[in-house]
Design a protein around this ligand. Structure first.
Ligand SMILES: [Zn+2]
Length: 127
């Protein structure tokens, strides 16, 4: 997990848009995407990761947010909840939500993935 902490430190140094020119901001965004990809690789290879919370009843998919990837806190998730009528996405840390008829579940998943990719809200500690 050291790699993730180093990447988080680097990301924190990059998250100052007001101090950056447009070109620098573009470069910082690119570097942040690379850092996220590296963090994902580190998580994928880490066999000692923190267990996630149990899935609530009705949750059929769970997406890690950007914050979860950067910090290794796997409780920062967007959960997809399906009923026979509706599909609903809920971001646990920030409360963002979207829903649609179950026929459009794929659209809900796409919205959820877009949100998860951007969300930097931190999960509330559970202990
Ligand atoms: Zn969110």
């Amino acid at each position: 997990m050291t790699d993730i902490n180093q990447l988080l430190d680097q990301a924190e140094q990059l998250i100052r848009p007001a101090d950056l020119s447009s070109a620098q901001l573009h470069k910082a965004d690119t570097l942040a995407r690379i850092a996220t990809a590296r963090a994902l690789n580190a998580i994928a290879q880490d066999t000692t990761h923190t267990p996630t919370q149990a899935w609530a009843a009705g949750v059929t998919a769970r997406l890690l947010t950007r914050a979860a990837i950067l910090t290794g806190n796997r409780n920062a998730t967007v959960d997809i909840h399906d009923t026979p009528q509706r599909s609903t996405a809920l971001c646990q840390p920030c409360g963002w939500t979207k829903d649609h008829g179950i026929t459009y579940r794929a659209q809900v998943l796409e919205w959820a993935q877009e949100h998860a990719d951007q969300c930097t809200a931190l999960a509330k500690p559970t202990t």
